[in-house]
Design a protein around this ligand. Structure first.
Ligand code: ADP
Ligand code: ZN
Ligand code: ZN
Length: 759
C-alpha cells in the first residue's frame, strides 16, 4: 500500500510514500504521519489518498510513524482544499496551512498526536458531601458566619436539596457568590463537608447558556413569511439563492427560522459574517435560541480554543449544529452541512488578500455547500454586482424584501454640499454646521449617532508649511499617517513608525501642518465642537485586542457613549435601537479612487451605514452625507435607496469596458527589489502572455501603491471571458510560467503570485 501525502512545502503537488508492514490496517485518509524528506529531514504530512498501485519510475521512501488514532479531517475537506489550490492557483500546502489550527499543523520535525498536543483546560470545582442531618451540620458551623454562608451558597448552587446528584460548582464562582476566601473553603473541606477537585472545562465561552433558558425565535411577520417560503421554493430549484432585503427587514430573523428547520433534520448550518465585530452581536441573538448548539469561530480565538472546536466537531457526539464564523470557518471539519448562509455577502473582507491562499470566503462557501449537497443563501441589502448579475441570469434564485420590519421607514438621506457650506462660512473643521446641529439635537434627545470616516489615525498627511515636504515611509510609496495618542507617524502598509519630527529636514522650518482627518482627529474635534458628545471609536487601532470589539459595542449599546465614530467597520450589519442620526463625513473619498468597483463599493458603504439609523425608534432615522458635489448620479441613487438603479448603471459600464462580472480577472503580481530589472522582467512576462492570450492581457503596470516593504510591484491583468475554461487557462499560465523560469534567472529573485478574482 502507498499513501499520498500533503507536506508543508510550497510545491504544487502531493507526495507518495510506502506504508511499512502492519500500518495498512490502522491508517486512514485524514490522519497524520511522519516521513523522511530530502536528505535528512522529517516532516509530518496528512494522508489524502491510499492506493495499492506503486508510482511509476520513482523510488519511494517509507512512512516512519502514524501519528493519529482517528482522522483529523473529514470527508470532503480535502476535496475542497484541492479545489481552492486549483482555482486560486496556489500550493496545496498553503491551503492546508490556512485550514488547520497550528497545533494540528504538520510541520517539519514536529510530532505528537492531537491528544498529546492538546492540553485540556482544568479548573477547581467544589463537590458537596451531604450528610443526612443538616441540622447537625449547621450546628457544627454556628461559630463561623462566613463558613455558614459559604455552605449555604454551595447547597444552593449545587441544587443539593432538589436532586439526588448535586452538581459540582466552580470554585471561583462559589467564592464570588458567597464573598468567601479559599481559606474559609479549606476549613469546610477539613470539616468533611465538601471536596475540591480538578475538572476539565471548555475554553469556549458558552457557559451561561443552559438549555433551560432558551427562547423560541420571533414569529415572522407576514412579509417575512412570504420571503421565507420563497427561499424554500428557490432552494428546490437553485443551489444558491440571493436574499436581497433592505437593511433591518428581518433577514436575520429569516436565517434563524431556516436554521431551526435545517438542524431539525440533523444537518449543520454554517453562517458566515464578514467581520468579527458582527459575530459579537449576532452571537447573543443566536445563543438565545440555540444555546450551546452554536459555536463561534473567528481569528481572535486562541489556538487551544480552535483545537477544542475541531475536536468537538470531529467527535461523533455531534453536539455542534450551528457554526457562526468569519471566512476561515469554511475550513472546519463539518459533519454534514444542510445550509450555508453568507450574510453581507457583498463585503470585500470575505476575500483573503494576504497571505496565500487568496480565496473568496463566499465563493469557497458555495463550493463547500456543493460538496455537502447543501443549499446556500446569500444575504445583503446591497448585493455584490457579481451575485446580482447571476441572479439576473437565473443562475441564482432571488428573493426580495423591500420593507423594514414593523413598518419602520427607511432613513431619510440628505446630501450636504461642503463647497456651499465653505462658501457660506458654515464649516467647523471637518463638520458642516448642519451636521453639527443635527448631532446636537440627537444628543439632547438622549439618542445616538454614528459617524463614518474611512481613514484611521489622526491626520493622513503632514506637511511643512514653507517647503511642502511631507514625511513618507522609507519602505513604501505612501505618506505617513500621524497618530496622536501614539505620538508617532506610522505607515499603514508596513507598520513603520517614526516620532513627530522637530523640524522639517529640508528647510529646518519647525512648523509642520496637519492635513486631512482620520477617525482619531474626528473624535477630538467632535468633543470640542459638541460638549454633549461622548464618542467611542471603532477602527483597527482600537480593536486590536480580543475583547475590544465587545467592549466598544457594549459601551455603545448600554449608551455609555452616544456617538460611534469609525471606519468601514461601523457600516457592517450592526443593529442598535437608539441610533437616530448617521453622518458620512467625506463621501468624495469613497467615490474617487481608481478601481472599477469604486462606485459599487461607495454605494454599499453609504447605504449600509445609513441602514444603521432609525432601526426601531418611532422616529425616522436621518442620514447626512457631506460631499463636494451633490449632483453626482451615484449620490442620488443612495438618497433614493435605489440599489437597482445603481446596479443597472454600473453593470452597463462593466459590460462596456469588459470588467467582472462580464469577465473573470486574474492578476499576476510580481515583486522585486530592483525597480528597473523588475519592470523588464514584467515586460517580458506580459509579452509572453500576449502570445497566448492576445489583448486579454493588460499591463504590466505598478498598482496604486507601487512599492511596499522595499519591494517594487508590477501587476499584469488578465481578463478572461466568463465562458473560458478555467482549467485550460491554468494550463496555459503554468506553461508560460515554466518558460519564464527557464529563460530569465531573475525569476528566482522575485516574489510571484496570482490573484484570482481580485477584490
Ligand atoms: P436585517 O438582518 O435585515 O438587517 P434584522 O433581522 O436585524 O434585519 O431585524 C432588524 C430588527 O428588527 C432586529 O432587532 C430584529 O430583532 C427585529 N425584528 C425583525 N423581524 C422581527 C420579527 N418578526 N419579530 C420581532 N422582531 C423582529
Ligand atoms: Zn520644509
Ligand atoms: Zn511602509
Amino acid at each position: 500500500m502507498f499513501a499520498e501525502l500533503i507536506l508543508p512545502v510550497p510545491l504544487h503537488r502531493t507526495f507518495t510514500y510506502l506504508l511499512p508492514h502492519g500500518m495498512e490496517e490502522k491508517i486512514r485518509v485524514g490522519m497524520r504521519v511522519s516521513v523522511p524528506f530530502g536528505r535528512n529531514h522529517t516532516y509530518t504530512g496528512i494522508v489524502v489518498g491510499l492506493t495499492p498501485k506503486a508510482p511509476e519510475g520513482i523510488e519511494v521512501k517509507e512512512v516512519v510513524e502514524l501519528l493519529d488514532e482517528s482522522p483529523i479531517l473529514r470527508h470532503p475537506q480535502y476535496a475542497l482544499w484541492q479545489w481552492i489550490a486549483d482555482y486560486y492557483m496556489c500550493p496545496i500546502g498553503d491551503v492546508m496551512k490556512a485550514a488547520l489550527p497550528s497545533e494540528l499543523k504538520p510541520e517539519s520535525g514536529k510530532k505528537g498526536t492531537i491528544r498529546e498536543d492538546f492540553r485540556p483546560k482544568m479548573k477547581p470545582f467544589v463537590r458537596i458531601i451531604l450528610r443526612d442531618d443538616l441540622a447537625g451540620v449547621f450546628d457544627q458551623l454556628k461559630r463561623s458566619a462566613r463558613q455558614q454562608s459559604l455552605f449555604m451558597a454551595l447547597l444552593d448552587r449545587s441544587r443539593a436539596l432538589q436532586t439526588k446528584d448535586p452538581e459540582p460548582v466552580a470554585q471561583d464562582e462559589l467564592l464570588k457568590a458567597s464573598g468567601c476566601t479559599t481559606q474559609q473553603l479549606r476549613e469546610l473541606v477539613q470539616k468533611g463537608l465538601c471536596e475540591v477537585f480538578q475538572k476539565e472545562v471548555s475554553r469556549l465561552d458558552t457557559g451561561q447558556y443552559s438549555t433551560e433558558r432558551l427562547e423560541p425565535p420571533h414569529e415572522l411577520t407576514t412579509m417575512q413569511q412570504v420571503a421565507y417560503r420563497q427561499v424554500c421554493e428557490s432552494f428546490s430549484t437553485h443551489q444558491v439563492t440571493l436574499l436581497h432585503g433592505v437593511t433591518s427587514s428581518g433577514k436575520t430573523e429569516i436565517y434563524i427560522h431556516l436554521m431551526q428547520e435545517v438542524i431539525g433534520q440533523r444537518r449543520q448550518v454554517l453562517m458566515m459574517v464578514p467581520e468579527i465585530a458582527l459575530t459579537t452581536q449576532l452571537c447573543h441573538r443566536l445563543r438565545r435560541v440555540f444555546g450551546r448548539r452554536m459555536i463561534v469561530y473567528h481569528s481572535k480565538l486562541s489556538d487551544a480554543e480552535r483545537v477544542e472546536i475541531w475536536q468537538r466537531m470531529l467527535s461523533d457526539e455531534g453536539d455542534i449544529d450551528i457554526i457562526l464564523g468569519v471566512r476561515s470557518s469554511v475550513f472546519l471539519p463539518f459533519r454534514q452541512i444542510g445550509l450555508v448562509i453568507v450574510d453581507e455577502e457583498h463585503e470585500p473582507s470575505y476575500k483573503q488578500q494576504d497571505p496565500s491562499p487568496r480565496y473568496h470566503g463566499r465563493d469557497v462557501a458555495v463550493m463547500l455547500a456543493v460538496r455537502h449537497g447543501a443549499k446556500v443563501l446569500l444575504g445583503s441589502a446591497t448585493p455584490s454586482l457579481e451575485s446580482w448579475y447571476l441572479a439576473g441570469q437565473s443562475k441564482y434564485g432571488l428573493v426580495t424584501l423591500t420593507e423594514r420590519h414593523a413598518g419602520v421607514s427607511m432613513p431619510s438621506i440628505k446630501l450636504l454640499s461642503m463647497t456651499d457650506a465653505r462658501r457660506d462660512g458654515c464649516v467647523q473643521g471637518p463638520f458642516s454646521s448642519q451636521l453639527l446641529s443635527a448631532l446636537r439635537h440627537t444628543f439632547s434627545e438622549g439618542k445616538q449617532a454614528i459617524l463614518f470616516q474611512n481613514r484611521r489615525g489622526f491626520s493622513p498627511v503632514v506637511e511643512c508649511v514653507s517647503c511642502g515636504w511631507s514625511p513618507r515611509c522609507p519602505r513604501c510609496d505612501v505618506s505617513l499617517t500621524y497618530h496622536r495618542r501614539l505620538r508617532q507617524l506610522s505607515c499603514h502598509y508596513c507598520g513603520y513608525q517614526m516620532p513627530w519630527p522637530a523640524q522639517c529636514p529640508i528647510c529646518h522650518n519647525p512648523k509642520l501642518e496637519l492635513n486631512g482627518y482620520g477617525t482619531e482627529r474626528i473624535e477630538d474635534l467632535l468633543r470640542d465642537a459638541l460638549p454633549l458628545a461622548r464618542p467611542v471609536r471603532m477602527d483597527t487601532d482600537t480593536t486590536s485586542s480580543r475583547h475590544s470589539y465587545e467592549r466598544i459595542l457594549a459601551d455603545f449599546e448600554q449608551r455609555k457613549s452616544n456617538v460611534l465614530i469609525g471606519t468601514q467597520m461601523v457600516s457592517k450589519g450592526l443593529d442598535f435601537s437608539e441610533v437616530q442620526t448617521v453622518g458620512v463625513l467625506n463621501a468624495d473619498s469613497l467615490m474617487n479612487f481608481p478601481d472599477f468597483r469604486a462606485h459599487e463599493r461607495a454605494f454599499q458603504l453609504m447605504e449600509q451605514v445609513a441602514g444603521r439609523a432609525g432601526r426601531r425608534s418611532g422616529q425616522e432615522g436621518e442620514v447626512l452625507i457631506q460631499c463636494s458635489n451633490p449632483r453626482m448620479p451615484l449620490l442620488h441613487q443612495v438618497v433614493h435607496h435605489d440599489y437597482v438603479a445603481m446596479a443597472e448603471t454600473q453593470l452597463a459600464d462593466r459590460q462596456k469596458y469588459g470588467f467582472p462580472p462580464f469577465t473573470r480577472l486574474i492578476f499576476i503580481n510580481i515583486k522585486g527589489r530592483y525597480e528597473d530589472r523588475l519592470a523588464a522582467l514584467a515586460q517580458q512576462y506580459a509579452a509572453l502572455l500576449r502570445q497566448s492570450f492576445g489583448d486579454r492581457v493588460l499591463g504590466p503596470e505598478p498598482p496604486g501603491i507601487g512599492r511596499v516593504r522595499n519591494l517594487y510591484i508590477q501587476q499584469i491583468a488578465l481578463k478572461m471571458e466568463r465562458e473560458a475554461s478555467t482549467q485550460l487557462t491554468r494550463q496555459y499560465l503554468s506553461s508560460i510560467h515554466q518558460t519564464m523560469l527557464n529563460s530569465n534567472p531573475d525569476m528566482q529573485r522575485v516574489v510571484f503570485y496570482y490573484d484570482v478574482d481580485p477584490v
